[in-house]
Design a binder for this molecule. Structure first.
Ligand SMILES: Nc1nc2c(ncn2[C@@H]2O[C@H](COP(=O)(O)OP(=O)(O)OP(=O)(O)O)[C@@H](O)[C@H]2O)c(=O)[nH]1
Ligand SMILES: [Mg+2]
Ligand SMILES: [Zn+2]
Length: 296
């Protein structure tokens, strides 16, 4: 039976990008409803072809999901590109860090893309790059005119299911349009794309890349909540802390108020970005407050 990936779901129909390159409109079998399983965009499925001419089928099996993102609701994402604008809008780095923490918790690789580098005046880019590079993230610089960074980004997308995320207005859709112009299959999906304006509700959509893999655009968010991470766990999702925790005097050190803390020392020595650390402290306090109000 053929296999494929759900690229979009609308009103009970699931569009499956089949491994042979075609798009098949599928319904899910009743058995899923009974088991309370709803197919999700990004799901890898096995389907049967019911009408090969009209390309209609039925989903028989949903493969186990490696990851599940809630916002956007997509399964099997294994890479997130967090887009930051050098300027306009001013970067909301708390939002960026929350995204990175979430990805880290889900075991999803993250790339930081500093976009609109043409607008940088105060050398913001170098600072941003350093903050995230020393945290261990791949950092790319792009703007809508240059090509080197863009090509680097394209090559990183190959074979992955990637979500473009970030604040509203940072340039995600602009990047995606460029990617599609150069990479997306110019077949069935093209007409799909041209028709998109007709849909009033824009559901999440996976765009298939010619070289393998999928990309998902997301509407920008103004806020983003961490879900399921408690304040004592937060420190585990800052990869740059790891190499300094052995220097902490206390075993369960939260790297906030404890004396003789390796992480705080690394911040002083500028081996960990001070801004990232300050936001960690802020986020830690925020999570603690939320938890306390929940259990009162
Ligand atoms: N100067 C400059 N402007 C850019 C660049 N990339 C995008 N823009 C502009 O920034 C604005 C927002 O771009 P979008 O691509 O719509 O941003 P977005 O991240 O998709 O925004 P949302 O969909 O609201 O989340 C548009 O006017 C773009 O033309 C860039 O590299 N340099
Ligand atoms: Mg957009
Ligand atoms: Zn410590």
């Amino acid at each position: 039976m053929p296999a494929g990936t759900i690229i979009r779901g609308i009103g009970g129909f699931y569009y499956v990008a089949s491994e042979d390159g075609s798009i098949v409109e599928c319904k899910a079998r009743g058995i899923f409803r009974k088991d309370m399983i709803t197919p999700l965009t990004g799901d890898r499925v096995i389907f049967s072809m019911i009408d090969p001419v009209r390309k209609k089928g039925s989903i028989d099996k949903i493969e186990e999901r490696s990851t599940v993102l809630v916002r956007p609701a997509v399964a099997n994402v294994n890479q997130i590109v967090t887009v930051i604008a050098a300027k306009s809008p001013e970067p909301d780095l708390m939002l960026v860090d929350k995204l990175l923490v979430t990805a880290q918790e889900k075991g999803i690789r993250t790339i930081v893309c500093i976009n609109k580098t043409d607008l940088d005046e105060k050398d913001n880019i170098a600072q941003l790059r350093r903050a995230y590079a020393i945290a261990g993230y791949d950092v790319i610089e792009t703007n809508k005119q240059e090509t080197d960074g863009f090509n680097e980004l394209k090559s990183l997308l190959k074979g992955h299911v990637t979500v473009l995320a970030g604040q509203s207005g940072v340039g995600k859709s602009t990047l995606l349009n460029r990617i599609m112009d150069t990479l997306v299959m110019k077949t069935g999906e093209l007409s799909d794309r041209l028709n998109r304006g007709k849909h009033t509700t824009r559901s999440v959509e996976l765009l298939r890349l010619e070289e393998g893999g999928f990309v998902v655009d997301t509407p920008g968010f103004s806020s983003f909540e961490l879900s399921g991470i408690t304040h004592p766990e937060l420190k585990y999702f800052y990869p740059e802390f790891a190499e300094y925790i052995h220097d902490c005097r206390f075993k369960g050190c939260s790297h906030i108020n404890e004396p003789d803390c390796g992480v705080k020392r690394a911040v002083e020595d500028r081996q960990i970005d001070g801004g990232r650390y300050d936001r960690y402290v802020e986020l830690h306090a925020l999570l603690k407050l939320e938890e306390e109000s929940k259990y009162k």
